[in-house]
Design a protein around this ligand. Structure first.
Ligand SMILES: [Zn+2]
Length: 699
């Protein structure tokens, strides 16, 4: 269950009257309940609970919300605690980390730390580390890089690490669980890593969670990794991301290489947006993780065929993950998932016979140029395919066109599609209309095939460019045998890429409403927009931007965290700061952040400062206006059901005050509405204030 549905479930199961009734003596009055407000002192009751809407409101002090807001305020607890408390009461299971599990995890992290230090000291000082030191010097790895990446050495022998960790107080069982020792059939255990250069694998937050070991000299396997452990799931880890994430975001580009040593080499030479997938091919979880930082992927590709195949699979996974999973895009009818195929992926081809490390060591400037001149993946496919055929002959032309049709049909953007149709036509020296017709025919056939293909037994095989397929697949490199083909028609994502975890942003498009729209933009531009909005509101003589502007508990939690964060004027990046928080909050934060990025990408105009400013201030005023209107409706109910003349008088006073506040807001709003943009913004708001239909291809 996603956080969002957990919250809904809790609200559905718990009765607002009985939850609040524990703190406030409530009396039924008509369809609602009332009592003395616990948040301000009063003699006549102006605190109302509305069971139909599961909400509460105090007409005296203005406080209001749902059960989450109430408990949060009354118990003065942070949102995650309230969530746990109410979930327990409602009997809704929370997938959360129990304290004993958290302790066990911490213990595993501690073991990894101890092992890292041990390996490091072997490398730096031990006589046996000499071979590893020579190897690193030979590869040109600097002392600084050795320290930054915490490189180490596992000595030759069966129980060096086990002895060391036991002396630090860890049990053999824990050492085995950490993946650092392998149990013997006869009892006891032996070190997993022996006589290898050790490369610690760290999570996004920089904590060592596993190790990679490279053999020195001859032997198999060349690389040995920690096994799957409670800490380490290689499909969800990106090597080097902890060091690279800032640069990736700053440049809005991530460069993917294959090996650990490539990453180390790039960072050492100042190319800090470089990372590697763990193991043989990129997974969709890894793409999800990376896309938190940038959606522009550059694959550094070895010129040989094996490199091309591995890269090709990576490209496909990115396409699958970022397009088929959908990107939220605002449209005239709400939100839809958008095909953004190929838009964000390019390929940098290394010179023949060289890998990224070779290029970096010989000439860092060449690396820079290769990355800068990376080719968009569609151009790459067209180029490669063209090179396979004799375009002077009729049969060569028709084969070339036929082979690029699957690629062309995947391009969602009409202008790009036209551009590439033109290119293909020019290369083959045929008329554009002929390519278009061939494409239309191909797509009709695809639709028929996909209708027939209801059963998963007959997937269409992937169609990489010819340069990539003309050799039999090398499973040792690709791991191709374990996974079904990824290049499938729209909407039939292969099961292997189905993310089992952190709810992908696109998997819950219903979460984006006016509150999320406003908060997302405010988060993305927190450093500039936040202070601006407060100043603007002060100019309008309105309350500053505050937590009560939000009703959704997750939005409120995020608002409070970010407000505190901004108040502290921290050095730390907001995204890093959030990463350390409770998952419930961090996931929602990333959803909003991602949404705002996509919103801006799809509306480049909004990047201009005034547009953004207008967008957030009108968004906020409209939120407040809606809230006042809702309160006025509740007040009407309360007035009809008022028991005493005194109560009636107080409620009437509130009514007058609120009507005044409403007029003031409407007046402020009209200031901004005198521009053309307002009409446009308003349209978006009206669209997004009703839940959009679920994306069509959300299976
Ligand atoms: Zn009150």
């Amino acid at each position: 269950m996603t956080q969002y549905s957990v919250i809904q479930e809790i609200k559905d199961r718990l009765d607002v009257v009985s939850v609040i009734g524990r703190y406030v003596q409530l009396k039924k009055s008509g369809s609602s309940y009332k009592g003395l407000c616990p948040f301000h002192s009063e003699k006549t009751p102006s605190f109302h609970v509305f069971p139909q809407t599961n909400t509460w409101k105090c007409f005296g002090c203005g406080a209001g919300g749902d059960i989450f807001t109430f408990v949060e305020k009354r118990e003065n607890l942070p949102f995650p605690d309230v969530l746990r408390m109410l979930a327990r009461e409602a009997g809704v299971p929370l997938e959360e980390v129990r304290p004993e599990v958290r302790d066990a995890r911490q213990r595993l992290l501690d073991i990894h730390n101890a092992a890292t230090s041990f390996f490091q000291s072997n490398l730096l000082t031990g006589p046996e580390g000499e071979r590893a030191r020579v190897y690193l010097a030979h590869r040109g790895v600097s002392q600084e890089a050795i320290e930054q990446f915490q490189l180490g050495f596992a000595r030759d022998g069966w129980e060096h690490l086990i002895h060391h960790l036991k002396s630090k107080g860890y049990s053999l069982e824990e050492i085995i669980q950490a993946g650092l020792a392998i149990p013997r059939d006869t009892g006891g255990a032996y070190d997993r890593f022996r006589n290898r250069l050790i490369i610690p694998i760290r999570d996004v937050q920089g904590r060592v969670i596993a190790f990679g070991g490279r053999i020195l000299g001859e032997g198999e396997p060349k690389y040995l990794n920690s096994p799957q452990t409670p800490l380490f799931d290689k499909s969800r880890v990106i090597f080097g991301l902890d060091m690279a994430k800032r640069a990736i975001r700053a440049r809005d580009q991530v460069v993917l290489v294959e090996g650990y040593m490539d990453v180390i080499s790039a960072h050492q030479r100042g190319f800090k947006n470089v990372v590697a997938a763990m193991g043989t091919s990129l997974t969709s979880q890894q793409v999800q993780l990376l896309s938190r930082y940038s959606r522009n992927f550059v694959f550094a590709l070895d010129a040989d065929a094996a490199g091309a195949r591995a890269t090709w699979r990576g490209v496909m996974i990115v396409q699958e993950t970022l397009s088929e999973r959908g990107v939220l895009a605002p449209t005239s009818s709400g939100f839809r998932t958008e095909k953004r195929l190929f838009a964000d992926v390019s390929i940098a081809i290394m010179p023949q016979g060289q890998d990224p490390d070779d290029v970096l060591r010989q000439d860092p400037e060449q690396w820079r140029a290769l990355i800068e001149n990376a080719i968009p993946v569609v151009d790459y496919i067209i180029q490669q395919t063209a090179a396979q055929h004799d375009l002077a002959t009729a049969s060569g032309k028709s084969q070339f066109v036929a082979e690029v049709l699957p690629t062309l049909s995947k391009i969602g953007d009409a202008i790009q599609r036209r551009h590439y149709i033109g290119r293909v036509a020019a290369l083959a020296r045929v008329r554009e209309i002929d390519v278009e017709e061939a494409l239309a025919q191909f797509e009709r056939g695809e639709r028929r095939r996909s209708l027939k293909r209801k059963t998963p037994e007959s997937p269409i095989p992937p169609e990489p460019p010819p340069g990539v397929v003309d050799q039999p697949p090398d499973n040792a490199i690709l791991g191709a045998a374990e996974e079904p083909p990824l290049w499938m028609d729209d909407g039939t994502a292969s099961p292997a890429t189905e993310p089992a975890l952190p709810p992908a942003p696109a998997s819950q498009p219903r979460r984006i409403g006016p509150e999320e729209h406003l908060l997302g933009l405010m988060l993305l531009h927190h450093d500039t927009l936040w202070p601006w909005l407060d100043a603007e509101l002060a100019g309008l003589e309105l309350d500053p931007f505050y937590v009560e502007d939000f009703t959704d508990p997750l939005n409120r939690a995020i608002f409070q965290i970010v407000e505190d964060y901004l108040f502290d004027e921290p050095e730390e990046d907001l995204v890093d700061f959030i990463a350390r928080l409770d998952d419930a909050v961090a996931d929602h934060f990333h959803l909003l952040w991602h949404y705002a990025q996509v919103f801006e990408e799809s509306k480049p105009k909004y990047i201009q400062e005034q547009h953004l400013q207008r967008e957030v201030v009108t968004g906020l005023l409209r939120l407040r206006l809606e809230k006042i209107k809702e309160t006025l409706r509740q007040l009407e109910i309360a007035l009809n059901e008022a028991a005493t003349p005194e109560e009636r008088r107080e409620l009437s006073n509130s009514f007058i005050e609120l009507t005044f506040a409403r007029k003031k807001l409407e007046k402020s709003l009209s200031r901004y509405s005198q521009t053309m943009h307002w009409t446009h913004n308003r349209r978006i708001y009206m669209m997004s204030s009703t839940p959009p239909a679920a994306p069509v291809n959300d299976a």
